[in-house]
Design a protein around this ligand. Structure first.
Ligand SMILES: [Fe+2]
Length: 184
């Protein structure tokens, strides 16, 4: 034990983190979270899910998905820009409220809402197409699913903490798909 501690002290583990590079994130992310339509639709979801016992679709979920996507992208050298990952994750479920209100599939509603938000936040046409393709196909990663879309699909599922979920007895997720161990 003492040997292990001594080794850790002499290794990189003992070094301070130093200055965290805040320049890795494009400021557009913060335009998204301040955008009127984003805030309106997020508040709508939070209100409609107030009494929901199963997984919620709130800011915590959006950030959980973003961070998982970024970690896995880094681990695999996918070289997807950080702001593209975060934007995709922040917007992927923003149409949930419409699904509750009028039955529109939330991936389709999310694409429609996100398109206007992305234009208002001055994303380029190529970026918008890439992000909307991922959001539109994230319910089932078939068809025109890109790497960004596949990453979103998998991290959306991986973000759920099934092992400690109080509602798991009534959850429709099959046992074999549940996240029962901490992986990230
Ligand atoms: Fe989601």
């Amino acid at each position: 034990m003492i040997d292990t501690l001594r080794k850790m002290r002499n290794s990189d583990y003992s070094k301070e983190v130093g200055i965290i590079n805040t320049n890795l994130m494009d400021d557009k992310i913060n335009y998204i979270v301040e955008n009127h339509s984003f805030r309106y639709n997020l508040e709508k979801i939070v209100g409609l899910e107030k009494n929901r016992q199963y997984c919620k679709h709130n800011m915590q979920h959006f950030l959980d998905v973003a961070r998982l996507m970024y970690i896995i992208s880094l681990e695999n050298d996918f070289n997807i820009p950080k702001h593209i990952i975060y934007t995709t994750a922040l917007l992927h479920d923003i149409g949930r409220g419409e699904q509750y209100e009028n039955g529109t599939a939330h991936n389709i509603a999310s694409v429609n809402i996100s398109k206007k938000i992305l234009q208002e936040c001055e994303y380029g046409d190529v970026e918008i197409d890439e992000i909307l393709n991922a959001i539109g196909n994230h319910r089932d990663n078939i068809g025109k699913c890109t790497r960004l879309c596949d990453l979103l699909y998998k991290c959306d599922k991986l973000s759920r903490n099934c092992a400690k979920c109080m509602a798991r007895a009534g959850c429709k997720w099959p046992q074999e798909k549940r996240n029962m161990k901490i992986i990230y």
